[in-house]
Design a protein around this ligand. Structure first.
Ligand code: ATP
Ligand code: ZN
Ligand code: MG
Length: 403
């Protein structure tokens, strides 16, 4: 066996193929989904091996086998696709990046972190979140004449299935559970909680999951509403969507929430219309970055798909260049610079048109694309780049958020 034990709950596993830093990052991020007995998997600096850190009492043989199967699929991802950069803005503020933004916002009373990937915010944080949303909405109205909309935060499993979500990101789904419609089960649950210290959950066999989920991608609830429509050229829609992703132990401040907000833009229509719409998104991101005075890049990217489908789906995305990502530099908890994904610009081909039955005038399924801006990540990035002192912020923003 080509593994060796370093201490009683760690194992070094060799990586069977050459990987790059991006795949190493994905391995570490996705490792929280490998086994409840695994704490983390950390890739070595030379990218040649991975250190499995097991939890106390773990069956090492079992977790090593699972980790090996996980690593085997993760290392199959093709590297070396050229990263193209379409937008590259530089801020005018010459002050240093602010470290510890999440803690700083909490200390100032502008944010409350519930500790499970949810935050409440007020004051300058709220005003900035509103301004980011408003500014994007204004630009979308001007460039796309986008129609405003509102969509629910829950989504049914059939719609998610049609969107391909269970196939691409099965780890991130949240199903909702209800106490079964049973007099005795409901009474048992009530009684248990009527005088308990903390909350007591119903027994698992008294919870039923009827297929309602929390929506994990802003654009999904829009597609069922398009059924039966026909587009001569195309139409755009925009709204603020509430998004939920089960990120397990990766949750961290505003960087990685369970529940967050996305300003979404969806364009539907002919191939030409959708292509033009995507092109128009680039100057809009540039205008947003200039308005908030932040360093920002838009570049080609791929989605962090679940391990077993990652290699194939990522290859397809990279080869077709269907995903561009808005990357804004921020600081990690250790103070090192990291590129925070603050939004994405996506082309879907006729995937949703086919599945949700909306068409072009020639009878072909219509094409779609979307732009999603992660509001809380923009907030985090802007506070990182300008700090907590109002004078460093661009005037138009300062007047709105610190007034
Ligand atoms: P990551 O690789 O960081 O997980 P992603 O590729 O999953 O990001 P998308 O699916 O493109 O992200 O989602 C659109 C946007 O939503 C992201 O660019 C980001 O700004 C925001 N976002 C995604 N996941 C989270 C999260 N857990 N917390 C806060 N914002 C998020
Ligand atoms: Zn989308
Ligand atoms: Mg993700």
């Amino acid at each position: 066996m080509n593994k060796h034990v370093t201490n009683f709950n760690e194992i070094i596993l060799p990586l069977t193929r050459e990987i790059d830093f991006e795949i190493a990052g994905d391995i570490e991020k996705e490792s929280v989904f490998v086994s409840p007995q695994i704490d983390r998997i950390v890739v070595s600096e030379d990218l040649k091996s991975a250190r499995l850190i097991a939890r106390e009492g773990a069956n090492l043989e079992e977790v090593a086998d699972k980790a090996r199967r996980f690593l085997d699929v993760m290392v199959k991802q093709v590297t070396g696709f050229e990263i193209k950069v379409f937008v590259d803005t530089k801020r005018k503020d010459t002050g240093p990046y602010q470290i510890g933004v999440n803690d700083g916002l909490v200390e100032r009373g502008w944010m409350h972190d519930y500790g499970k990937g949810q935050v409440a915010y007020s004051g300058p944080v709220l005003k900035l979140a509103q301004l980011i949303n408003e500014k994007a909405g204004e630009l979308y109205k001007k460039a796309y004449n986008a129609t405003d909309g509102h969509f629910p935060a829950m989504i049914d499993a059939d719609t998610l299935h049609k969107c391909g979500y269970f196939d691409s990101h099965p780890n991130a789904v949240t199903f909702l559970g209800n106490v079964i419609e049973d007099f005795d089960a409901i009474e048992e649950f009530r009684r248990a909680n009527s005088c308990s210290e903390g909350a007591l959950l119903p027994q698992p066999e008294h919870i039923h999951i009827d297929g309602m989920c929390l929506n994990p991608a802003a654009c999904f609830p829009c597609y069922p509403t398009l059924k039966g429509k026909t587009y001569l050229t195309g139409e755009s829609f925009t709204w603020m969507g509430r998004v939920f992703r089960y990120e397990s132990r990766n949750i961290n401040g505003l960087d990685r929430l369970y529940e967050f907000n996305v300003r979404e833009l969806v364009f539907v229509g002919t191939e030409e219309y959708v292509r033009e719409c995507r092109a128009k998104a680039l100057p809009i991101v540039e205008e947003m970055a200039t308005f908030f005075d932040i360093d920002c890049q838009v570049q080609t990217a791929t989605d962090p798909f679940f391990a077993t489908v990652s290699a194939a789906k990522k290859f397809w995305q990279a080869a077709q260049e269907v995903k561009n990502e808005i990357k804004i530099p921020a600081l990690g908890n250790d103070g090192s610079t990291k590129m925070l994904a603050c939004g994405s610009i996506n082309l879907h081909g006729n995937f949703f048109g086919k599945r949700f039955e909306f068409y072009c005038a020639n009878g072909e399924p219509a094409q779609t694309g979307c732009v999603g801006l992660g509001i809380e990540r923009w907030v985090l990035a802007a506070f990182t780049q300008h700090g907590f002192e109002p004078h460093r912020w661009p005037e138009a923003v300062r007047n709105r958020i610190f007034s």
